[in-house]
Design a protein around this ligand. Structure first.
Ligand code: UT7
Length: 333
């Protein structure tokens, strides 16, 4: 009997309409377009401004986009995973609400959080359910409303992050297409360098902590940058080596969009030509769990069945890794 592999068979996405440009940020904090562009590659990001809309709004929109494109009945979806670092609420999962809102009444669902690596780790989890033979489809959504934990007076974070969502469907494949290999790692000694300190069980929110802005994400950019460059490049190189891949046989690098310089360093480590590096950081910034599916959405029409895609991510925790996936379909667009 041939092994069941887990292939991505559809992609959907959603970004909010409001565009926060570098020029607008210049009026909010002490920064400038030239600094942001040369240090990060970001020109603009999308922000969900409407009151009463959380991460689930983005997740639902991305899921509906996928459902409409693929023409599936939501009642047939068996499992929904929402990868997110900014759930709507604590305890009540964003995935359960998303499932109900899209009419996936026969699915079970849960959230998972590995900060900027949430979607990458989610790919591993989703694929595992398919490979085991227990489920025939898994909808993996990466969604974050980062603007809900950003202090727009802190130039070290507000220039980087944006809001968005992307979704992929995993289904069984018997042609050896889909997820082939993964190298995933965590190092909790890095948690102090990128976090939203208050609002969890260790330091619950209090009026005093909110006065200090403790609910917002903060990072020691340089330390995160150095760790991201080393670990994302290292994980990617390991996956190539283990699978006898090289710059000619890799079709695309699908790397977390945190900083263009980190993505460039990863591509350089494996000697990959620029035209094989997916890039949309200039228009969305760092959307945390949404960067990888948003890339797939933007590049879907260029992808061909059998293409070798190398995913890579690094984020708070620290959590990082790389995944090798063979693309399973030719776009009809
Ligand atoms: O998704 C995973 C998590 N996040 C990341 O991977 C992000 C990793 N880190 C980074 O991308 C970069 O560290 C940043 C973009 C956050 C910062 O870039 P940097 O090249 O590391 O700058 P820096 O923090 O070392 O600051 C360099 C200079 C400083 O001025 P002085 O001390 O040299 O005079 C900063 O005060 O740039 C200044 N600076 C700014 N200037 C204008 C810092 N932020 C800004 C800003 N606008 N927004």
């Amino acid at each position: 009997m041939s092994k069941i592999s887990a292939a991505i068979t559809a992609v959907g996405a959603y970004v909010p309409d409001y565009v926060l440009t570098n020029q607008i940020l210049e009026t909010m904090v002490d920064t400038n377009d030239e600094w942001i562009t040369t240090r990060t590659g970001i020109k603009e990001r999308r922000i969900l401004k409407d009151e009463g809309k959380g991460t689930s709004y983005l997740a639902i929109k991305a899921a509906q986009d996928l459902i409409n494109k693929k023409g599936i009945d939501p009642k047939d979806i068996e499992l929904i995973i929402v990868a997110t670092a900014t759930p709507d609420m604590k305890a009540a999962s964003t995935a359960a609400y998303t499932a109900s809102e899209i009419g996936a009444v026969n699915a079970f669902s849960f959230d998972m959080d590995a900060a900027c690596s949430s979607f990458l780790f989610g790919m591993s989890v989703a694929a595992g359910y398919i490979e085991s033979g227990r489920y025939k489809n898994v909808l993996l959504i990466g969604a974050d409303k980062m603007s809900s934990i950003i202090n727009y007076k802190d130039r070290a974070t507000c220039i980087i992050f944006g809001d968005g969502a992307g979704a992929v469907l995993f289904e069984p494949n018997d042609e050896n297409l889909g997820l082939i290999d993964e190298y995933l790692r965590s190092d909790g000694t890095g948690r102090e360098f990128l976090q939203a300190t208050y609002g969890g069980s260790l330091y619950p929110l209090t009026p005093e902590s909110m006065e200090k802005g403790g609910q917002y994400a903060h990072q020691e950019g340089k330390t995160v940058f150095k760790n991201a460059v080393f670990n994302m490049a290292d994980a990617t190189a390991k996956v190539l080596e283990r699978n006898n891949l090289n710059k000619d046989t890799v079709s695309w690098l699908v790397a977390h969009q945190a900083n263009k310089r980190i993505i460039d360093a990863t591509a350089q480590r494996i000697d990959l030509a620029e035209e094989k590096v997916m890039m949309n950081i200039q228009k969305y910034g760092n959307t945390t769990s949404a960067t990888l599916p948003l890339l797939l959405h933007d590049y879907e029409s260029k992808l061909k069945k059998g293409d070798n895609l190398i995913f890579a991510a690094f984020g708070g925790g620290f959590n990082w890794g790389s995944i090798y996936l063979k693309w399973a379909y030719n776009s009809v667009n």
